[in-house]
Design a protein around this ligand. Structure first.
Ligand code: 5GP
Ligand code: ZN
Length: 113
């Protein structure tokens, strides 16, 4: 999708700090870094949100999630991690290309929740 910021990240038009990549999935650091190592996992196929997601694309994403989580764990040594996914404007979705937030947690006062 030509006007999608995450499609632009996938095709290299916009730079990102890559955490993980395979044929179907890309993970990169969120620009906002709500907590240290805050990462987004996205399908390379443009799917707006969970309502548009097909099972095959979902399986690629969820196959990658534990790999990404462990890469973050090794790099940043969090004590826990939240997975978060907003679907629809009213649910807080701002970028309309499906993504899962991986939010590493470091205990009280880490900036989230
Ligand atoms: P949403 O609110 O849609 O669940 O989350 C969108 C996320 O995308 C936000 O956390 C925001 O910081 C992140 N984001 C928006 N634009 C960019 C960008 O150009 N690069 C990166 N790395 N993250 C972005
Ligand atoms: Zn897109």
């Amino acid at each position: 999708m030509s006007d999608c910021i995450f499609c632009k990240i996938i095709n290299g038009e916009i730079p990102s700090a890559k955490v993980y990549e395979d044929e179907h999935v890309l993970a990169f650091l969120d620009i906002s870094q709500v907590t240290k190592g805050h990462t987004l996992v996205i399908p390379k196929a443009h799917k707006e949100n969970v309502f548009e997601l097909d099972s095959e694309t979902a399986s690629y994403i969820f196959a990658a999630v534990p790999k990404v989580a462990n890469a973050i764990k090794s790099e940043f040594q969090p004590v826990g991690m939240n997975l978060l996914n907003n679907n629809g404007k009213e649910a807080g979705q701002e970028v309309f290309h499906y993504h899962i937030h991986l939010l590493p947690r470091y205990g009280k006062g880490d900036g989230f929740g």
